[in-house]
Write a new protein. Sequence first.
Length: 753
Amino acid sequence: MIVFPADEKATAIQLYRQLLQSISSTLQEDDERLLREHILKAIGDHRLKRDIFGLNPVVRSLQTSLLAVEEIGLRRDAVLSVILQPCVDGVILTIDDVEKQFGSTVSNIIHGLNRIRDFYKKSPVVCVDHTSLIRTQGDNFRNLLLSFAEDMRVILIMIADRVNLMRQIRDTENIIAQREVSQEAAYLYAPLAHKLGLYKLKSELEDLSLKYLEHNAYYHIKEKLNATKTARDAYIERFIHPINDKLSATGMKYHMKGRTKSIHSIWQKMKKQKCNFEGVYDLFAIRIIIDCPIEEEKQLCWKTFAIITDMYTSNPKRMRDWLSVPKSNGYESLHITVLGPEQKWVEVQIRTVRMDEIAEKGVAAHWRYKGVKADAGGMDEWLNSIRQMLENTEDGLTAMDEFRMDLYDDEIYVFTPRGDLMKLPKGATVLDMAYHIHSRVGSQCTGARIHYADEKQQDENGRVVTFRHELHSGDQVEIITSSTQRPKPEWLNIVKTSRARSKIRLALKETQQKEALLVKEMLERKFRNRKIDMEESVMMRSMKKLGYKEASDFYRDLANQSLDVSAVIDKYLEVQQGDKVPSAEIRSAEEFSLQTSNFNLQPVNDDVLVIGQDLKGVDYQLAHCCNPIYGDAVFGFVTVNGGIKIHRADCPNAPEMHRRFGYRIVRAKWSGKGASQYQITLRVIGNDDLGIVNNLTSIISKDEKLVLRSINIDSHDGLFRGNLVVMMGDTTRLEALIKKLRTVKGVKQVERI
């Protein structure tokens, strides 16, 4: 229950008056009267509750509304939704009442906001780092964004509310909750603000998150900025003075301002460049904002560009032209970096008043210029891509990672042969573009014919490249397809966009299901030829005996002939004729230790499991993260599916597994002699001398019991770095091989990965 102190009542009244001044022109008849009645009732009813920070919900809603109006440009429907939500929460007002009094749009926005609040209630987060945040909210993330996508204003209100909350919790005593909302702000809300073009709010979210999470770093940079402000302002004045003279002489209407980089941005540069504050040179940028009609915008921006580059030498590698092709969120600007006085690089941003408002207020300002009901263009396309990605992604953690990747990747612009423009993330391949065009085009893509934008590559125009080829802005790409082409699992490692990845997964799943049906029919036909009745229960037990947990894996191996049909029939008859060995399914570490005879894992004592030589038909695998081989110190880890993964004791993931899942650890060791061949990878570093690769490979080829599977060498600045993939039997041979390789002249380092 809330008792309103005098200061909170005064604050609420002041905020309410400010709001009315800002949105009065958009309000409908009776809006103001009804709104005032509901607010007064909420204040006097005493049914509302403060949040975990002790904040008053009525005051907080008014603060959020004012921020949404001033910083984002939202109007009537969004403001009413934010102010009325506490009334709905306190059962002072129902959703139906809201719809009758203020319209369906307001009630729908409140409904979306309530759904998101309910998600938070069902999945409370108390975490100490980004990793635990992902783990605890990964599955909920899909539902959260699907709710966001119902109405764009829900996203904008949530961002405004988080910015307001971050401003209000400076002096809170609830440090755990403060860290929680700060991590969410940095991990989810700042990326959303970035994608929506709300750069000012994005910077504020990042700065406040840094302030609460990295207190010392934040205040160290802030103090340094304050200490250097006088010198920085003096330099900006020296830099812009001659520009002012030139631009004023043209009669152009404009104004200039210097913008210091955000504290978070400076901190990221310090970490990336591994330097102190003094090592970050581009601490500020100059912004030139031109006031002109929309039809003269590009002409005057390029004219300003010409004036500046005539005065100062520009760096062509750091030029960004978002005038010709704006970003998908509507951002338009021309960025250049020039060499100013005292040989310092300075970034200059050239834009118009209209462009500057869109840059500051994102899609909301974009709507104002295009009309509220107009198509949001790139934003609608982006939201649809979010829906597709989330609906085709089974794992919430994967969804979050792919979403973040799409948010932060820079964009490239490529053309179809007809001249249609397509936006793709930086690093996108031919295969990404093919899937962007259509699922069928992507699934049948074999390569592309490219006309390059880079003048250095003009001689290669029209040459056919593979679908792995990375695209660059300005390339004209003609996709080449074949009706016999089919998607493959390794394609998932080639594409960069979540859209392509989800479509490949869907195609692979459909292909696998079709192949499984065909193989199942073939298997049934073979059984009929042998006069054997196939029973489903016996077949499932036979699959288990053959080491398969999933029927799909069983039929896949039959399809690619890595599993022989005769072996399946023999195993089926063996099970049918009375082999009653229990299923290899393992439910827990304790149950596993009692059933080890079924897996050829005999217990030496109550705690240690001994791994036999015959690994076939056993419900465990050697972990790919560390690739253990015979002789390594190992342990077993019971997976969620009931199987066991064997890891090296020095596996990089071992400390985390022991810390978080100690109850699923099984002590294990090898028995007998190493009879199998295991794959290991060696990293070799040395001088790039003539013949050194031949010397390395000849050592391996001379040993009959070693097989070289692959070699990958990269040479740079007189040094080579290479990965050798070798098949061998045990650690004794591994140690001997490493010793021999280290004796090769020029080799500096040999280590197992």
